[in-house]
Design a protein around this ligand. Structure first.
Ligand code: PLP
Length: 406
């Protein structure tokens, strides 16, 4: 039996949605984007959303909007995908990597606190695998008088906020819950990814959900982010296309980060079906947890607590007491039995670009240890009960064999 890792779920309604847009005569940024943005906002309980061509673009857009530049520091976990750090580099600022918790794979708020300096402009918590970070603790931290008083505002936006911005990398966590609220309204701004493997996909895509409060005019902020993400152009192609409305201005050297209506039309149907697809993901992950909880070697991911609920983007199984060679051997052997697994993540400081710039894992021993023993299992909407049972059987046999040999 073959079990892929995370193929996208594309049904006939999704295909029909895209085809209708293809036939409509308008395929780039236009009415479907507006509809998708409104639907995401409604889903999260937020006011304004900006759709973009990736989460990476969304993260960089918010860093640039806040005026992050050379000499500034951005705190983020070592345990994340490189996109979280690369955008900091793009802005000319310095990524400051910190360790994660021992009870989950998310950034440690104590480690964040220790890393704050007078140069810190932004904290980027990452909801690994769809499990929300401790947002109340992070927001409480940036509002502490001793922390906010050392914040050096260098732009109008920084002055208005008056403290470090909390920018959530929620690439994995659309639909996850924290104290009765959905991701999107837990940080100052939240960025979702709609990449092909994500819980909701537009093939490539992302969205920024704004939650900066009433110090900022929401309509103006939304408009200015749209302008920044499309060449600094005062009108998008759809607006320019209205009769007599051709004239536009370029008010800054902006970027080309807009999402197309083709992508949005897929996203709209994906979001409509999300209650059903999310429920299935949760069922698959619960089945894994029930099966593996019998084994003393299994360190299970937390999927639910009294105030958090994962959206089960990943099922990161951690195997107790193995070396990285044993983890690699397990991955090879389960692959030979037809089960595709993955590792989330190789910590960013271990990547050669970062290593060459002097980064290491000395301050992040927990992230290093978890990475060494982590294996992400297949989770996707169309996985059958037989496939789930096969994954459990193959993993268990292979892990027990490898442990016997050690
Ligand atoms: C944690 C994290 N952040 C950011 C990204 C970037 O998302 P995108 O591919 O939409 O730019 C990813 C992509 O997988 C991710 O895993």
């Amino acid at each position: 039996m073959k079990v892929p890792f995370s193929p996208p779920y594309i049904d006939e309604d999704m295909i029909a949605g895209v085809v209708a847009t293809l036939r409509s005569g308008w395929i780039t940024t236009g009415p479907k984007i507006r509809e998708f943005e409104d639907r995401i906002a409604e889903f999260c309980g937020a006011e304004k959303v900006v759709c973009l061509n990736s989460a990476t673009a969304g993260l960089e857009l918010m860093l640039r909007w806040f005026g992050v530049k050379k000499g500034d520091e951005v705190i983020l976990p070592a345990y994340t995908y490189s996109a979280t750090a690369n955008v900091v580099i793009h802005c000319g600022a310095t990524p400051v990597f910190v360790d994660i918790n021992s009870h989950d794979l998310n950034v440690s708020v104590d480690a964040i606190e220790k890393a704050i300096t007078t140069n810190t402009k932004v904290i980027m918590p990452v909801d690994i695998g769809g499990w929300p970070c401790d947002y109340d603790a992070v927001l409480e931290l940036v509002q502490k008088p001793e922390v906010s008083s050392q914040f050096k505002a260098a732009t109008t936006e920084q002055e208005k906020l008056g403290r470090i911005m909390v920018l959530s990398d929620a690439a994995h966590s659309i639909g996850a819950e924290y104290k009765g609220k959905k991701t999107g309204v837990l940080a100052d701004a939240t960025v979702f990814s709609f990449h092909a493997v994500k819980n909701i996909t537009t093939a490539e895509g992302g969205a920024v959900v704004l939650n900066l409060g009433d110090k900022f005019n929401q309509d103006e902020l939304h408009k200015s982010l749209k302008v920044k993400s499309l060449h600094g152009q005062t009108k998008d192609a759809f607006e320019k296309n209205q009769a007599g409305n051709w004239r536009y201005d370029i008010v800054e050297a902006g970027y080309k980060w807009n999402m197309s209506d083709l992508q949005a039309s897929l996203g709209i149907v994906q979001l409509k079906k999300y209650p059903k697809t999310l429920e299935k993901r949760r069922r698959v992950c619960d089945t894994y947890s029930q099966a593996f909880s019998k084994y003393s070697w299994a360190e299970l991911p937390v999927l639910e607590s009294d105030h958090k609920k994962s959206c089960c983007h990943l099922y990161p199984l951690i195997v107790k007491g193995i070396t990285s060679d044993q983890r690699n051997e397990i991955i090879k052997e389960v692959g030979e039995s037809g089960v595709a697994v993955n590792v989330h993540f190789v910590p960013v400081p271990l990547m050669s670009f970062y290593r060459d710039r002097g980064y290491n894992m000395d301050n992040c021993p927990i992230a290093l240890d978890k990475f060494t023993r982590e294996i992400s299992l297949p989770v996707f909407y169309n996985i059958t009960d037989e496939q789930v049972q096969y994954v459990i059987k193959v993993l268990t046999e292979v892990i027990e064999n490898v442990l016997k040999g050690s």
